[in-house]
Structure formats: structure tokens, C-alpha cells
Design a protein around this ligand. Structure first.
Ligand SMILES: *[C@@H]1O[C@H](CO)[C@@H](O)[C@H](O)[C@H]1NC(C)=O
Ligand SMILES: *[C@@H]1O[C@H](CO)[C@@H](O)[C@H](O)[C@H]1NC(C)=O
Ligand SMILES: *[C@@H]1O[C@H](CO)[C@@H](O)[C@H](O)[C@H]1NC(C)=O
Length: 298
């Protein structure tokens, strides 16, 4: 049935299918988050966060809630390390869990492109309403220049584009003190919470969504022009175009969501991957049908 197409439609069909199948396959990974909340207690090791960040990304760290049974003084130290290779220092997380990480992180991280700041004598007791906010003296000048309210809790600022590790170590002078903190960390770049490696992907999904809309319009116009010759396969191609459009739109909304809230919606990502899989199956099936003929495939 499919190989009895009128000659005018055949090249169009091949061209359209090629366009659908040759769209570059993006490297898929779970997008990096921009906002974390974590519970810390006297037994946890240093907190380690990794992200690919743009230059001038603002890192905010604050203690949201706390419980200290007895009055205690905290020392909070944070370290920002820039590294050039993606898989550098993979052992940090494990060492932190085993409490093997040394005090001086920058010395361990070879002291290059490493910035560390320390806030000492932060009081914590049960009468306190809010935990004292952290500050970074080097950033105070910049902070005054910009908006006062919006720049609260900024503890560090990146100085170049690339991979970064952010380590927070929370300690008390008394080793036996028992305490509990809920901390919040955010990394907000010039484009929002999105990481530097996901930003081009977000643009890619937006552009591809527009491209699919154009395909759809083109396909509808062609179908209208050749409406007398339309076979069932043309409807399936329209379905592939529609699925492609939907897939890119869902991916785009997931990335946009991460960019504005810093948090990922797992369901949206799974839904997008499912649509993507269905679309690719359908598109490849259509290619086989066109090249072998419907009789054989059936
Ligand atoms: C931290 O957050 C958890 C969950 O929201 C809560 O159960 C816990 O009481 C909080 N801890 C403190 C010290 O406020
Ligand atoms: C920033 O503002 C604070 C008060 O809001 C002031 O004490 C401090 O001197 C200012 N720093 C600079 C560098 O202007
Ligand atoms: C990072 O941004 C700052 C200010 O916007 C700029 O002065 C600096 O040159 C930038 N660094 C790099 C490595 O591009």
C-alpha cells in the first residue's frame, strides 16, 4: 500500500523523515539543581555540593531552623573550588562520610582557584529566634552597591565559568555538644538557577520546539495541497511531528521550571522521556516502512 504512492509525494516524504530522524540527539542527564535543603547534625561530615556554574553566580547559604540543647558556639567554614575537568576529586563525598577529609580543604584541593571563608563564634541557644546570618567580608563592598535586601546571605560568588565544588563545614568548639540544623543553599546565576551546562540545552529545546511547530505547519500545508493523494502514512508522520513538538515543549518546561525554582520535577522528566521514546519508535518504524514497503513490515 505504501509503495503505491504517487511520485510527487515520495521525495517529500523521504525528506521529511530524514529531517525527523536526523535531529541531533541531546546528551541526556538529570539537570543540575539550584536549591538544596539539608539536615545537618553533630555527626555529619562536611557538606559537598557540585555544580557547573556561570561567572558571577551568587551562592547563598543560611540556617533555616536549628535546635541546640545547650548554648554552643559554631564555626562555619565554606570553600569554593573551581576545577577544569568534570571528574576531578570524585573521592570527596566518600571521604566526607567517613570523616577522613582534612581541615584545610584548599590545601587538599591544591590551593589553585580555591577560596575559603570562615565565620567564627556564631551563638546558638534555645532562646534565639533566628540563627545569626553568615557574611563574607570580601563581598560586602559589592553587596552595598547592589540591592541590600536581595543580596542577603551571599557567602560566595564564582569568578569564572565552569565546574565548581562548594564545601561547607560546620563545627562547634565542644566536640560532645548535640545539635541539629536545617540548612538551605542556593546557587543563582545570571540566567537563574539553571547550571551552565543545562543552559544551552534549554535554548536547544526552545529552538527545537519552534522548529517542530514550523514542520507541523509545513506538513499541514503540504497535506492540504496533495489532499487527494493522502495515504495513512502521512497521518502517522503528522503524529510524529506532534509528538516531537510535545516532547520538546515538556523538556523546555522542565528546564524552565528548574531555572525559576531551582528544584526538579521528576514526573515531568519521565513523561518527556516517554514521549521521546514513543516518538523515536514511531519515526524509525516509518523509515522501515518507507524503505522496505508496508507489505514486508506488516
Ligand atoms: C528540619 O526539617 C525537618 C523536616 O522538615 C524537621 O522534621 C526537623 O524538625 C527540622 N529540624 C530542626 C532542627 O528544625
Ligand atoms: C556597607 O553598608 C554598611 C551599612 O549598611 C556600612 O556600615 C558599610 O561601611 C558599607 N560598606 C561599604 C564598603 O560601603
Ligand atoms: C567574571 O565576571 C567579572 C565581573 O562580571 C569580570 O570582571 C571577570 O573578568 C569575569 N571573569 C572571567 C574569567 O571571565
Amino acid at each position: 500500500m505504501a509503495d503505491r504512492r504517487p511520485p510527487a509525494a515520495a521525495p517529500l516524504l523521504r525528506a521529511a523523515l530524514c529531517l525527523l530522524c536526523c535531529a541531533p540527539a541531546a546528551v541526556r542527564a538529570v539537570p543540575e539543581l539550584g536549591l538544596w535543603t539539608q539536615a545537618v547534625d553533630d555527626k555529619s561530615g562536611p557538606l559537598i555540593f557540585r555544580k557547573t556554574m556561570f561567572n558571577s553566580t551568587e551562592i547563598r547559604f543560611s540556617v533555616k531552623s536549628f535546635s541546640c540543647l545547650r548554648p554552643v558556639k559554631f564555626t562555619i567554614e565554606w570553600t569554593l573550588k573551581y576545577h577544569t575537568c568534570h571528574n576531578e576529586y570524585p573521592e570527596l563525598e566518600e571521604m566526607s562520610q567517613k570523616h577522613e577529609l582534612e581541615e584545610d580543604f584548599c590545601a587538599y584541593l591544591k590551593n589553585i582557584n580555591c577560596w575559603t571563608t570562615k565565620n567564627e563564634n556564631l551563638d546558638c541557644n534555645s532562646d534565639l529566634q533566628v540563627f545569626p546570618s553568615l557574611n563574607n567580608k570580601e563581598l560586602t563592598g559589592i553587596r552595598n552597591a547592589s540591592n541590600q535586601e536581595g543580596s542577603m546571605d551571599i557567602v560566595a560568588r564564582t569568578q569564572r565559568d565552569g565546574f565548581h565544588i562548594f564545601i561547607v563545614s560546620i563545627k562547634t568548639e565542644k566536640a560532645d555538644a548535640s545539635w541539629n540544623l536545617n540548612v538551605s543553599l542556593s546557587m543563582m546565576g545570571p540566567h537563574g538557577y539553571i547550571s551552565a551546562s543545562d543552559w544551552p540545552l534549554m535554548i536547544f529545546y526552545m529552538v527545537m520546539c519552534i522548529v517542530y511547530i514550523l514542520y507541523g505547519i509545513l506538513w499541514l500545508t503540504w497535506s492540504a495541497c496533495y489532499w487527494k493523494d493522502i495515504l495513512r502514512i502521512q497521518f502517522w508522520i503528522a503524529a510524529v511531528i506532534f509528538l516531537g513538538m510535545l516532547e520538546k515543549a515538556v523538556f523546555y518546561s522542565e528546564y524552565q521550571n528548574i531555572n525559576s525554582t531551582g528544584l526538579s520535577t521528576q514526573g515531568l522528566l519521565i513523561f518527556a522521556e516517554l514521549i521521546s521514546a514513543v516518538k523515536r519508535t514511531l519515526a524509525r518504524l516509518l523509515v522501515i516502512i518507507v524503505s522496505l514497503g508496508y507489505g514486508i513490515v506488516k
